[in-house]
Design a binder for this molecule. Structure first.
Ligand code: NAP
Length: 237
């Protein structure tokens, strides 16, 4: 038996089509650290898909200025207001500011669907390498700091350059989505799937987030070697 093949598990109940995802139109998406490359790119793509988007910053004016530059109805606010007004909150701050940022927003993030896209990486003269957070991964750190939130992890492998480029109309790549609750993961999968070319794919529980976050170190090596903006495509699904 192929141990990676769950079809051999023998579940008798008829299963829901795994590609049948919920309708997320109307949900407001917030992006903490949305003034940065990744946050701007995600905000641009999700707003283009028709969703209301609010980017957050440590300074409201910076967020408002960046929101004006992104256009497509994107609004800017400080991180706390961004979290308060959003249904889904993407965390797109550097690893160095991860714990401090989300810990300070525990109240605003209560009950919210949090999507962590942070890759804990170090850089030296040999290139990028994965850091190992005490909790196991950035996503597990978020889950530990936000016990009243619904923490998921996704969007780690996207190129901010491609996301932000208006000439790029499709981004053919998969987004690995991790979390403890299948329904929450499906919302995030649906979010990713609103971006033309992208598929949101369920990829396991948060205890397996470290590998997904770390893979970015490899993608950075690929990008340097081949002068590309490589992403991930999962085959046979
Ligand atoms: N860039 C990519 O292609 C990419 C792809 C996938 C995932 N990611 C992940 O997404 C996250 C953001 O990446 P990025 O390239 O957008 O980073 P970035 O531009 O360096 O930072 C994003 C924003 O975070 C805020 N920030 C900076 N330092 C902070 C701190 N110490 N505490 C709290 N907020 C801080 C800043 O906004 P304000 O000053 O306005 O508050 C900044 O504009 C990273 O964790 C990265 O691993 C990036």
């Amino acid at each position: 038996m192929n141990t990676a093949d769950s079809s051999a598990a023998g579940n008798a109940a008829p299963k829901k089509d795994p590609w049948d995802l919920p309708d997320v139109s109307g949900m407001t998406v917030g992006v903490l650290g949305g003034t940065g490359d990744q946050g701007r790119g995600l905000a641009y793509r999700l707003a283009l898909s028709g969703l209301p988007v609010i980017i957050g910053s440590r300074a409201a004016e910076r967020a408002q200025q960046a929101a004006g530059e992104i256009g497509h109805g994107v609004e800017g606010a400080d991180n706390a207001e961004c979290a308060r007004r959003s249904d889904i909150v993407i965390v797109a701050v550097p690893w160095e500011g991860h714990a401090k940022t989300i810990e300070a927003l525990r109240e605003e993030l209560t009950g919210k669907l949090v999507v962590d896209c942070v890759n804990p990486l170090g850089f030296d003269k040999k290139g990028a390498y994965a850091l190992v957070p005490e909790e196991g991964s950035a996503a597990q750190q978020a889950a530990a700091l936000l016990p009243e939130s619904r923490v998921t992890a996704a969007f780690h492998h996207l190129s901010a350059v491609l996301l932000s480029d208006p000439e790029v109309t499709e981004i053919p790549t998969d987004v690995m989505v991790l979390g403890e609750k299948r329904a929450d993961c499906e919302i995030v999968q649906a979010l990713a799937s609103r971006i033309p070319g992208m598929r949101g794919v369920y990829a396991g529980r948060l205890r397996n987030a470290h590998q997904v976050e770390s893979l970015v170190a490899n993608l950075i090596s690929v990008n340097r070697r081949y002068k590309a903006h490589a992403g991930v495509r999962l085959t046979d699904i």
